[in-house]
Ligand binder design. Structure first.
Ligand SMILES: C[S@@+](CC[C@H](N)C(=O)[O-])C[C@H]1O[C@@H](n2cnc3c(N)ncnc32)[C@H](O)[C@@H]1O
Length: 341
């Protein structure tokens, strides 16, 4: 059974007994600060505060789910991951199982091992998702554990690590240790399975992610199969002001669209720093890694290729039509790329 975003939101509101989603506006703004610019001031265990918990479930839960829905669709489209049968998922730092909820919008889920230091959010997620798919009630196993010390006991089709690594201080979990831990996790993937890691598109979190990616590539013990071309080092680490992230449109439906219109931030774009590990080699396709920039000779982007960064300028009207719509993170076909030569 595949669920829709609207079903997920309706189920969440009815579970929380919230009639008007706009009542969550203030709590969402507070939480948004704690997750972004005011991170240093957020209280320990902030997610256990009822207002933060409600705000996360009403807004960030479907938002994160939409991110994972998009990633799942893209990976299937680019033949990085193919779904057949019911998926066994390991969701690490699961929160309310948002990442799993996104996968459930694209594929059938058979079982979930949900790991988090906070059991309560995971329990809310379990209640909501099993309200939508009753057979999941006995198939979602919550494990209260620190991710960095967690060792799986079985194999999975998908391992999801959504927006949690940045919550673990790099002084206690170094780049080297992260790479080692991720490599260990990939040995628990079933054939054809993938590990999807996302982090906020903030400079510090994304650059840390890029360093982990480089470490994994240099050790050659697991494949970074998406989104990076097969370059040895990430070119967006050379200049201190750069960082790499991907973006997707979030065309949310009611009632989320009503809530979005009540929020002061424009939030139609989902941004995240993402990489995927698995057995397939990278397709090595050139990928857009910037917004469109205005330059004296026309409009340009930066493209990441296995040889590093390239600036491509859009010159002709024909190119304009098909190429200006490319978003950050999107791959170019070789045909599109060669039109610049
Ligand atoms: C921002 S939330 C992300 C939740 C979910 N993965 C998502 O994408 O919506 C981060 C989650 O990581 C959990 N967390 C933070 N540090 C952790 C650790 N060391 N081990 C396990 N979970 C952790 C928090 O309790 C919280 O639920």
């Amino acid at each position: 059974m595949v669920i829709s975003e609207s079903e997920l939101v309706e189920q969440t509101l009815s579970y929380l007994k919230i009639r008007d989603i706009r009542s969550q506006r203030k709590a969402i703004l507070r939480l948004s600060d704690w997750l972004g610019r005011d991170r240093r001031n957020r209280p320990l265990g902030y997610m256990n505060q009822p207002s933060a918990m409600h705000a996360y479930l009403c807004y960030y839960f479907p938002r994160q789910a939409a991110l994972f829905r998009h990633i799942s669709i893209t990976l299937q489209k680019e033949h990085i991951f193919e779904t057949s049968g019911k998926l066994d998922i390991l969701d690490l730092g699961c929160g309310p199982l948002s990442a799993t909820a996104g996968i459930m919008q694209t594929a059938e889920v058979g079982s979930v091992t949900a790991v988090d230091i906070s059991r309560s959010m995971a329990q809310h997620g379990k209640n909501i998702l099993s309200g939508l798919q009753s057979d999941l009630k006995d198939q979602i196993h919550i494990v209260k554990h620190h991710i960095q010390r967690f060792r799986p006991r079985r194999h999975f089709d998908l391992i999801l690590v959504g927006h949690v690594m940045n919550e673990v201080n790099v002084r206690h979990f170094s780049v080297e240790q992260r790479a080692k831990w991720l490599t260990m996790l990939t040995s628990f993937l079933k054939p054809g399975g993938v590990l999807i890691l996302t982090e906020p598109a903030l400079k510090s979190a994304a650059r840390l992610n890029q360093h982990v990616r480089d470490k994994l590539v240099s050790q050659r013990r697991t494949q970074v199969c998406w989104p990076c071309p097969d370059g040895r080092t990430c070119p967006l680490l050379i200049e201190a002001q750069d960082w790499c992230f991907q973006q997707y449109e979030w065309a949310a439906r009611e009632p989320i669209s009503t809530l979005k219109s009540a929020l002061p931030f424009k939030d139609n774009i989902l941004k995240a720093s993402i990489f995927v590990l698995g057995e397939k080699p990278s397709q090595n396709r050139p990928r857009v890694v910037s917004d469109v920039m205005k330059t004296p000779s026309g409009r340009a982007w930066y493209i990441c290729t296995e040889d590093g960064l390239e600036e491509l300028t859009v010159l002709g009207a024909k190119q304009k039509n098909s190429l200006l719509s490319k978003r950050r993170g999107e791959a170019l076909s070789w045909k599109e790329y060669l039109r610049f030569e």
